[in-house]
Design a protein around this ligand. Structure first.
Ligand SMILES: O=C(O)CCC(=O)C(=O)O
Ligand SMILES: [Fe+2]
Length: 204
């Protein structure tokens, strides 16, 4: 079962949520409906989407989602066994970045984009705790398109939390969250439409 620190009915709260060993800010209606529709279409059409794969025991396995990496920084970044080089910012991604920075209180220099084409696309349990992200990284996650479940699991207690990330929502992960909690977007057997997620990061 997914709980909410014993407070199931009110989890997650809009705004700051403090949990054991971490915190996040949840803003379900951060982008208006029309802004969100605009970004979903523009990002679908304009982003240079890639099908990355990972070599596992001599076999190339496609990631179960499309990805893209944009940024103002030409340091390559390693993620799940692949090294990505950033594409320069485009107009829409810059506009999203400018809108979320005052809320995040951070100036981001890169963003990883994920495109989940259907319920069979997913991202499995991981943390965003690469050393290039520094000690307690602030990661701002903007969501457009289909609502997907975002799950958190405490690495020691195994406590699980779940957040529905819908069209136009913003989730800012901060504090020690990346050290103690893994997260995932699980597959779903339901016929789901496309979802685009952007996770803005600071690479040191
Ligand atoms: O799609 C999401 O909400 C999460 C993406 C994610 O965890 C990542 O890109 O590191
Ligand atoms: Fe992540």
């Amino acid at each position: 079962m997914f709980g909410g620190n014993g407070n199931d009915n009110t989890f997650p709260k809009t705004g700051l949520n403090k949990i054991t060993n971490g915190e996040f800010i949840y803003l379900p209606n951060f982008f208006s409906k029309s802004e969100s529709d605009f970004y979903l279409k523009a990002l679908t059409e304009k982003v240079i989407w890639k099908q990355e794969s990972m070599n596992i025991y001599g076999k190339n396995i496609d990631f179960p989602r499309l990805t893209a990496w944009y940024g103002d920084n030409d340091k390559p970044y390693s993620f799940s066994g692949i090294t990505l080089c950033p594409t320069p910012w485009n107009e829409e991604i810059l506009a999203i970045k400018n809108k979320i920075e005052p809320e995040s209180k951070v100036v981001f220099n890169s963003v990883l984009l994920n495109r989940y084409r259907s319920g069979s696309d997913s991202i499995s349990w991981h943390t965003d705790a690469e050393k290039e992200l520094g000690k307690n990284p602030v990661i701002a996650s903007a969501n457009f398109g289909e609502t997907r479940k975002f799950q958190l699991r405490h690495r020691i207690t195994k406590e699980k939390l779940e957040i529905e990330l819908k069209h136009g929502s913003l989730l800012i992960m901060q504090g020690e969250l990346q050290h103690f909690w893994q997260h995932q977007v699980p597959k779903s057997a339901k016929p789901l439409k496309e979802r685009i997620n952007l996770t803005f990061r600071v690479i040191l």
